[in-house]
Design a protein around this ligand. Sequence first.
Ligand SMILES: Cc1cc2nc3c(=O)[nH]c(=O)nc-3n(C[C@H](O)[C@H](O)[C@H](O)COP(=O)(O)O)c2cc1C
Length: 184
Amino acid sequence: MRILAISGSLRRGSHNTMLLRAAGELLPPEYELVFWDGLRDVPPYDEDVDAGEAPASVTVLREAIWEADAVLIATPEYNSSIPGALKNALDWASRPIATNVFRNKPVAVIGSSAGMFGAVWAQAELRKVLAAMGARVAEVEVAVGHANEKFDDEGRISDDDVRAQLADAISTLLAELEPARVAA
Ligand SMILES: Cc1cc2nc3c(=O)[nH]c(=O)nc-3n(C[C@H](O)[C@H](O)[C@H](O)COP(=O)(O)O)c2cc1C
């Protein structure tokens, strides 16, 4: 079973990317966490371009989502909302709307921010956007505030509460996959 990890941050030392790496270490062995690292390459959404052949970076993204059994997105918060690059990539992924690759896909949203609230507003907006695309948005709660205090120098979680919240979130997301796993 494959879980696709998407970080909403392009920053080298991103705490959201660290959070996703930590999630990978908490997954049971039969699950694989695969990172999509093409965020920087996705062009601004353009309906005219989308009417023709999709840009290669968009095809890679759409295929990565299509092939994943579930998606885990970790987002920072920019000005109380979703970072523009991430929203733009999701807009590409959302077309064509009726058959978009997120439709019925189990997705969990987690996040961290430098401020005290852990990107809660960005996460809420991201869940709304994903639900509008038809994704099955899992009810999880991982909001890592003051992120620079919650990871050690190697980028591992140094806070027990954060580790426990992340483990809970993963269990909830994997539970969404159980019916598919039993059927397979
Ligand atoms: C343009 C911009 C806007 C930001 N707005 C917010 C905000 O509204 N709330 C918040 O908690 N942090 C905000 N921040 C700080 C981010 O939470 C911080 O940069 C965070 O560490 C980014 O996540 P990362 O570590 O994964 O890169 C903002 C940062 C930038 C660059």
